[in-house]
Write a protein that binds this ligand. Structure first.
Ligand SMILES: [Zn+2]
Length: 277
């Protein structure tokens, strides 16, 4: 089930939306990024790790959406990290009466019913200026930006040439902007793409939160494709994007409705603000 994508870096892809969990081998256990979706998949992952003599030394969530903050008891009780903003956002989601039902509304029922809710979203926020994850393994640089969700972070495993990008630079998902928490979601997203472009030269393997990995020669194409999409959104134009419409991969036809929804919400925003575009 685990597939090696670089020396000491393995991914496990879920049946749900091609979600990629990433295992980085360390000296005393692994770093597990965005642990997985279905309970049975994470249990299997835990099993594979223990069979190869590894335990989980630390977890990391790239952002505070439900499909990136799940955990399974079999993975153990290692500290789980995220950016300070990510952790604060999850904490908000988990507060107040009825939080479980509110979150479950976003989750397909077959997944929601097997979630270990007492382990859901237990993220320790790293102080805002934290540059690297403190753990006994290859250096992992945190590249935080405002784009898809509050406190969204990409991780660059420098010695392995691997960039884990959360819900950006996917071959199946269009850029999904954070239209709730930011004043200028378009410009924020473009700035985040510039930030990722700045490290693209160091990347041999790019691992998106959902979809296929990209090799070094495809990284710039992924960035350009996302930028073109965001430009099209900004200009309220038709996105000539292979991820939207008839060319979308099987099972990803719903992305077209995400696109339509974003166009609509941005149009409403600019009406409200009285600004064009
Ligand atoms: Zn997300």
């Amino acid at each position: 089930m685990l597939r090696q994508v670089a020396d000491g870096v393995l991914i496990h892809q879920s049946e749900f939306c091609q979600s990629n969990a990433v295992v980085v081998r360390g000296r005393a256990g692994a770093l597990l990024i965005d642990a997985g979706i279905y309970g049975y998949e994470m249990a299997c992952l835990a099993n594979d790790l223990s069979e190869s003599g590894q335990t989980v030394a630390a977890g990391f969530s790239t952002h505070p959406h439900w499909d990136h903050v799940l955990w399974h008891a079999g993975l153990g009780a290692a500290p789980r990290y995220g950016t300070a903003r990510c952790a604060a956002n999850v904490r908000d989601q988990l507060s107040g009466a009825g939080w479980k039902a509110r979150i479950a509304e976003w989750i397909p029922p077959d997944i929601a019913e097997q979630i270990s809710w007492d382990l859901f979203g237990l993220i320790n926020g790293l102080p805002a200026e934290t540059a690297r994850i403190a753990w006994d393994g290859p250096q992992v640089r945190i590249i935080e930006h405002q784009a898809h969700a509050p406190g969204h972070a990409a991780l660059l495993i420098e010695e392995r040439g691997v960039l884990v990008v959360g819900d950006m630079l996917s071959d199946v998902l269009i850029p999904m902007l954070d239209l709730d928490d930011t004043a200028d979601p378009i410009e924020d997203y473009l700035a985040a793409l510039r930030l990722l472009e700045g490290v693209a030269g160091d990347v041999d393997v790019l691992v998106p939160g959902h979809g296929s990995i990209a090799r070094a020669d495809q990284v710039h194409a992924r960035i350009d494709q996302d930028r073109a999409y965001v430009h099209a959104l900004r200009d309220a134009g038709v996105a000539a994007d292979p991820r939207v419409g008839p060319s979308a991969k099987d099972g990803w036809e719903w992305v077209a409705s995400v696109h339509a929804g974003q166009l609509q919400r941005l149009a409403r925003r600019s009406e409200r603000d009285g600004t064009p575009g």
